[in-house]
Ligand binder design. Structure first.
Ligand SMILES: [Zn+2]
Length: 448
C-alpha cells in the first residue's frame, strides 16, 4: 500500500515537471514489480451481472503457453454492457482494466482459450481496456497499469514486445490489426487503438511498427486489403476491350446493341484477360458513383471489371467481350459468377430507380435461363445462385472496401430483385451455415 502511494506521488511529481508519459511509465515500471489484480468474479458481483449469464461463458483448455496478446477497448460501452454483450455473443476476454487502473482477471485464465478471434484464440490472451482510446491515452494511472500488466505477462511467457508480424503468432497486437488480417467482424471501428499500443510498447522499450511497416501488409493474404499508395495503377497492360479488341456480338436480349448485335464501342471496359468460365452464379454490386462513364473509368484505373453494367436510365451494357470471360469484382466468386454493376451512389438510390431495377430483374432472369443459374441467395459457397457483393465479402473477404457495415448493393435491394423473379429471398440468418466460424465476417453486429 505504502509503495502505491509513493509511486503515485512520483507520477504526480513527474507530471508537474512535465515529463512525457513514456518516461513516467518506464520509471514506474521499475518501481513496482507486483501487480495487484482482482478476481473477475468480484467484478461480476460489483456490476451485478447475474450468474445465469456468467454460466454461459465457455472456454477450451489451452494446450500451449500463449504467444500473443491482443488488446481491445470497450469504447462507448460501459463495463457491464461490454461484458454482458460479450457473453451473450459467446465471446470472452482474459482480463479487463478499468478507468481507475483496477485489473480484473480470471485466475485460471492462462489455461483457458476464450472465443474472440477464431483464427488467433489458441495462442492469444485477450485484454480489454475500459474507455475510448483518447480517454485511455490521457489517463496516466490506467495507462501505467496496462503497460505493467502487459510487460509482466510478456516477460513471463517470452512474448516479444512488438507488433510487426501478426502471422508469426508472436507479439502484442490491437484487435484492429487482427481484423485487418483475419476479418471476423462487420464492425470496422478501431478496437485496441494503434496510438495506445504504440504508447504501451514504447514505454516497455519494445518496437512499435505503424501499419505501413507491418510485414507483408500489401500482399493479398490480408482480409482487408491495402493498395500500395505509391502505385495506384498496376503496370499490367490491358489486353481486351474498348479500342483493343473488335467490339463483339452479344448473346443477350436485354443489353444495348446495334442492328447487327454488336455492343456499343464507347461503353466497353478495357481489361486484362484472366480466364474463361462457365457461369453458375451472379453477383450484384453498386458502383457507389452516380455516373456510368465515371464508374467505367474508375474500374479501369483500379484494374477491376464487371461483365455487365446497368446505367441509371435502365440501359444495360455488356462490358467484357464475352460473358464467359471472368471479371475482377468479388474475390472468391470471379471464376464462376457473372458480375453485374448497378450505377448508383447507395442502396436508396438503387431502390428509388424503378426502370433500372426492372432491367436488373430482366437480366437476372435472362442469365438464369441462358446459363441454368438457380435464383437463390442461400448458399454462396456452392457458387450457384444470385448473391450480393456483401455476402461474398462476408464469406470470402478479399476486398479493399470491406469497411464498416457494408451494403453493396444492399440486402433490401437483393430481396426486391430476387422476389420479383418469383424466387425465395433468404435473410442473412437463413444463409447456409451463417453462424459457423467458417466466414470471414462472423454473424452479428457486436464487436467485443
Ligand atoms: Zn476488440
Amino acid at each position: 500500500m505504502k509503495k502505491n502511494i509513493i509511486s503515485y506521488l512520483i507520477i504526480s511529481l513527474t507530471i508537474l515537471f512535465n515529463c512525457s508519459s513514456e518516461d513516467i511509465l518506464k520509471k514506474n515500471l521499475i518501481s513496482s514489480s507486483n501487480i495487484s489484480s482482482r478476481n473477475m468474479k468480484n467484478l461480476f458481483q460489483e456490476l451485478q451481472i447475474n450468474s445465469e449469464k456468467i454460466n454461459l461463458i465457455s472456454s477450451q483448455n489451452r494446450e500451449k503457453n500463449p504467444t500473443a496478446i491482443v488488446i481491445h477497448t470497450t469504447d462507448s460501452d460501459s463495463m457491464k454492457d461490454y461484458l454482458e454483450k460479450s457473453i451473450l455473443n459467446k465471446f470472452f476476454i482474459h482480463a479487463i482494466i478499468d478507468k481507475k487502473g483496477n485489473i480484473y482477471k480470471d485466475f485460471q485464465s492462462k489455461s483457458k482459450v476464450y472465443r474472440l478471434i477464431p483464427r488467433m484464440d489458441k495462442y492469444t490472451v485477450h485484454i480489454a481496456i475500459e474507455g475510448k482510446e483518447d480517454e485511455i491515452l490521457s489517463n496516466v494511472i490506467q495507462l501505467n497499469k496496462i503497460s505493467e500488466f502487459i510487460g509482466n505477462y510478456a516477460k513471463k511467457y517470452s512474448i516479444p514486445l512488438e507488433n510487426k508480424d501478426i502471422a508469426s503468432e508472436r507479439g502484442i497486437f490491437t484487435h484492429t490489426q487482427a481484423k485487418k488480417k483475419y476479418g471476423n467482424f462487420v464492425d470496422m471501428r478501431d478496437c485496441g487503438g494503434e496510438k495506445l499500443l504504440a504508447s504501451v510498447l514504447i514505454s516497455l522499450s519494445g518496437k512499435y511498427s505503424p501499419e505501413i511497416e507491418w510485414k507483408d501488409r500489401l500482399s493479398k493474404e490480408w482480409t482487408f486489403r491495402k493498395e500500395d499508395p505509391k502505385s495506384s495503377k498496376p503496370k499490367e497492360d490491358f489486353t481486351h476491350g474498348r479500342g483493343i479488341t473488335e467490339n463483339p456480338i452479344t448473346i443477350l436480349e436485354n443489353v444495348e446493341k446495334d442492328s447487327t448485335g454488336h455492343i456499343p464501342e464507347e461503353y466497353r471496359v478495357k481489361y486484362a484477360f484472366d480466364q474463361s468460365m462457365e457461369p453458375s452464379c451472379i453477383v450484384l454490386h453498386f458502383t457507389a458513383i452516380s455516373d456510368f462513364k465515371v464508374s467505367l473509368k474508375v474500374l479501369e484505373d483500379r484494374r477491376v471489371s464487371a461483365n455487365i453494367m446497368v446505367d441509371k436510365d435502365g440501359k444495360a451494357y455488356q462490358l467484357l467481350d464475352s460473358l464467359n470471360h471472368t471479371a475482377r469484382a468479388a474475390g472468391g466468386t470471379n471464376n464462376s459468377c457473372i458480375q453485374i454493376e448497378i450505377v448508383g451512389k447507395n442502396t436508396e438510390e438503387l431502390l428509388a430507380n424503378e426502370s433500372q431495377t426492372k432491367k436488373v430483374i430482366v437480366l437476372v432472369n435472362e442469365l438464369s435461363k441462358k446459363f441454368g443459374i438457380q435464383i437463390s441467395n442461400e448458399k454462396i459457397e456452392s457458387l450457384k445462385g444470385v448473391f450480393s457483393h456483401t455476402q461474398a465479402k462476408k464469406k470470402f473477404g478479399r476486398s479493399v472496401a470491406l469497411v464498416g457495415k457494408d451494403f453493396d448493393p444492399g440486402e433490401e435491394y437483393m430481396k426486391k430483385v430476387i422476389e420479383a423473379t418469383g424466387s425465395k429471398y433468404y435473410n442473412e440468418e437463413e444463409w447456409y451455415d451463417r453462424k459457423s466460424e467458417d466466414w470471414i465476417i462472423l454473424y452479428g453486429d457486436f464487436q467485443p
